[in-house]
Ligand binder design. Structure first.
Ligand SMILES: *Cc1c(COP(=O)(O)O)cnc(C)c1O
Length: 434
């Protein structure tokens, strides 16, 4: 098809559905015809500096020569082969790398095609784990408010009931247990009151609860909230005490984003099951992984079914695995920890002026994540176009205007992103006053 903006938009408006959008939205998307480094090239010739990493994924930026080379090499060998009864070097290589990168106790890897499915797999593992047990099956999950775990039904049932729109699907969602969200703030003190609800739910219902699931340290799409690693230490103790599995969803936080390779390292806590996705392939292809301990793997396998009952058609897709391996190698070959620390300080300095704005509730930064939280939900389309005028790609939602740039971002580009965010938010809030 034609690469002109008009042609693309005409086709898009006629037939294409976008995430969380009406079928024919009055707000057309921006046609992108190329991307390299931290820049997106639009069909009308404009260039935007990317502050989103395409929803946490593109940590190495776009069109990276090493990732391109890995994809080409695998393409010439084979793009796909079924994973039932067959295996291949890229999948084995990737699973070895994931086991080496995470804690020793996480030693089994189940590959799937998206984050939501990785969460479904984690929940199913927890349910099957209890199946063969004398204490009998357990079919409920326990989680905290403000969580986001994906859009499929199992994942949706553990998303925040309000932002996850549970009322639309009441009859179709398993009713799980929800405790209050951890208190805001990476350095916030954790007192016994903060875990008293979760503790009483566990005391009363532990025989029905298969696992606790939550996003460690950073709650992403449920509010871009940061909380103290100490909360996770307390939670690990509670799960051990009440003999309930612990699942960490690191789909957003994994691969360096919070300043550690995985956010769980801030707490020194190891879950029984770990979900990875998003940045796994550096944003090239859809791939996710669910890791678990040998004990979980054994008990799942020895339970009633004698096997883990899941198997996506595209499980272990070789192209995706090959790029994931290259992405991990690339990350490890760079001083990513220092780079994320630099990005953290650039974001802190750059977003600081937003703190003084009336209409801004909070400004917070952790690792390569910077958030401006407004007092009131924004008109996303108005603010979005103001951000684009600043030459940056930032996608606000609700009260949040946030950035998680690719790790290759340079200081001038980071400053362009933060200055653009502050200018757009300033302009937007001023316009509201009129
Ligand atoms: C994005 C996300 C998911 C869902 O991943 P998809 O690839 O969109 O299905 C699950 N959990 C967390 C924490 C996420 O950020």
């Amino acid at each position: 098809m034609d690469d002109t903006a008009d042609e693309i938009l005409k086709g898009d408006a006629a037939h294409v559905w976008h995430p969380y959008s009406a079928a024919s939205s009055t707000q057309p998307p921006l046609p992108v015809i190329g991307a390299r480094g931290v820049e997106l090239e639009l069909a009308d010739g404009r260039i935007l500096t990317d502050g989103m990493s395409s929803w946490w994924c593109a940590i190495h930026g776009y069109n990276h020569p090493s990732l391109n080379a890995a994809a080409h090499a695998q393409l010439d060998r084979m793009s796909h082969v079924m994973f039932g009864g067959l295996t291949h070097p890229s999948a084995v290589d990737l699973c070895q790398k994931l086991v080496a990168l995470t804690h020793d106790s996480l030693s089994r890897v189940f590959l799937s095609d998206s984050g939501s499915v990785a969460v479904e797999v984690a929940i199913k593992m927890a349910l099957q784990y209890w199946h063969g047990k004398k204490s009998g099956p357990r079919n409920r999950m326990l989680t905290v408010r403000n969580g986001y775990h994906g859009d499929t039904f199992g994942a949706m049932a553990v998303c925040d009931p309000d932002t996850g729109m549970h009322h639309l699907f009441t009859e179709n969602l398993t009713p799980h247990f929800f405790a209050p969200a951890p208190p805001s703030g990476f350095t916030a003190a954790i007192t016994p009151e903060h875990t008293s609800d979760i503790e009483s739910i566990l005391r009363e219902h532990h025989n029905a609860i298969a696992a606790v699931i939550l996003e460690p340290v950073v709650q992403g799409a449920g509010g871009m909230r940061f909380y103290s690693p100490a909360y996770l230490q307390k939670l690990r103790d509670l799960c051990d005490h009440w003999d309930v599995l612990l699942i960490f969803d690191e789909i957003a936080t994994g691969f360096g984003r919070t300043g550690k390779m995985f956010a769980l390292e801030h707490a020194g806590v190891v879950p029984d099951i770990l979900c990875l996705g998003k940045a796994l392939t550096g944003g090239y292809l859809s791939l996710a992984a669910t890791l678990c301990s040998e004990q979980v793997a054994n008990d799942v396998s020895e339970g009633g079914a004698g096997a883990f009952m899941h198997g996506p058609t595209f499980m272990g897709n070789p192209l995706a695995c090959a790029v994931a391996c290259a992405s991990i190698d690339l990350l490890l070959a760079t001083p990513w920890e220092q780079k994320v620390a630099s990005i953290e300080s650039w974001l802190q300095q750059g977003l600081e002026p937003a703190k003084a704005l009336a209409g801004v509730h909070d400004v917070r930064v952790l690792g390569a994540i910077g958030v401006i939280e407004l007092v009131e939900p924004c008109d996303m389309h108005v603010l979005q176009s103001m951000l684009i005028e600043q030459g940056i790609w930032i996608r606000p939602f609700g009260r949040l205007v946030y950035t998680m740039p690719p790790f290759i971002v340079e200081q001038v580009q980071a400053e362009k992103i933060t200055a653009g965010m502050v200018a757009a938010v300033t302009g937007y809030l001023e316009q509201l006053q009129k």
